[in-house]
Design a protein. Structure first.
Length: 307
């Protein structure tokens, strides 16, 4: 895995130098609620772009399709463009597992933000399979960090092409560690837990995944926990084979599933990283909105009501 980490770092350095990678520059505010710490990140560059666009004359030429369609924290949503079917060579690290390719997220929320995309097209909302967890296990068991999945547009997915994502364990990055700290130290695999602070329907399951864990066992454990969480929450495919929208996060020894009812809270796009403690906003006033409303209430509004 040292060779893979070196390849990720080398590709990142070259893509940054060439301008093929567009890191998201933010300022951040810490908001604490019910013992949980949330980082609210304001993307100042996008706010400036919005202001310039609003001030442009009505006769100004229209931007190219997708040019200003950045929805935090994913990227452009253009139904006619699939960046993962033939990924940009400048962003492609290489194959991982039997069915995936590692691609640098062109609009990374942090350094070394990776997309693990299926080589062949599959709909994002078809059920995850063992191969999806095998590639997550390769990263989580050797590098740590957080694996996550945005299932469908209401969950913040920007692409239909099936993919999972990974971010490293660095200060300020999303993580399940603080949620894990609020759960029983005697938690057992195969049992569905609820976190007392989360105001929306969710399922938390203990899984043996993280630095030093066995990759094959971790992949199997994550798949089993995923199926159990889906069953607990009633997330079953429809006649078209597609699941209802949900987010999944896995890391720090836990897997979290959250069904979604909508993408936005008062104009703020919420995806899996928000449930890991990092919320991205596009306008400075939205920072205060999250502070006044409470980040947990914001997350609750985009989830499904507790039963």
């Amino acid at each position: 895995m040292t060779a893979l980490l070196d390849a990720i770092r080398s590709k990142t350095d070259r893509a940054l130098a060439s301008g093929d990678l567009s890191p998201l520059e933010t300022s951040e505010t810490v908001v604490e609620q019910n013992g949980l710490r949330f980082i609210v990140r304001w993307a100042e560059a996008l706010a400036r772009k919005d202001a310039a666009k609003a001030a442009a004359p009505a006769t100004a030429p229209a931007p190219a399709a997708g040019a200003d369609a950045v929805i935090l924290p994913g990227g452009p949503r253009d139904p006619n463009f699939n960046p993962f079917l033939n990924p940009d060579p400048a962003l492609t690290v290489g194959p991982i597992g039997t069915q995936h390719t590692i691609v640098l997220n062109k609009f990374p929320v942090c350094l070394h933000h990776l997309v693990l995309a299926r080589r062949d097209f599959a709909e994002q909302l078809t059920p995850l399979e063992l191969c999806d967890f095998e590639v997550l296990a390769q990263l989580l068991c050797t590098l740590g960090g957080l694996g996550f999945y945005n299932g469908g547009a209401p969950a913040g997915a920007s692409q239909r092409h099936k993919h999972v994502q990974w971010v490293p364990a660095e200060p300020g990055n999303a993580s399940l560690a603080q949620l894990a700290a609020g759960l029983s130290a005697d938690a057992q695999p195969g049992v569905v837990y609820r976190h007392p602070a989360l105001p929306m329907a969710h399922a938390l399951l203990k899984v043996d995944v993280g630095l030093g864990a066995d990759q094959n066992a971790s992949a199997a454990a994550m798949l089993a926990a995923y199926h159990q969480a889906r069953a607990d929450l009633g997330l079953v495919p429809g006649a078209d084979g597609l699941l209802p929208s949900f987010n999944m996060l896995v890391g720090s020894g836990w897997l979290l599933l959250v069904p979604r009812s909508q993408e936005h809270f008062e104009g703020v796009s919420i995806n899996a990283l928000s449930f890991g403690g990092t919320i991205y906003v596009r306008q400075p006033e939205q920072v205060e909105l999250i502070r006044q409303t409470g980040p947990l209430q914001a997350l609750g509004r985009v989830g499904r009501a507790l039963s």
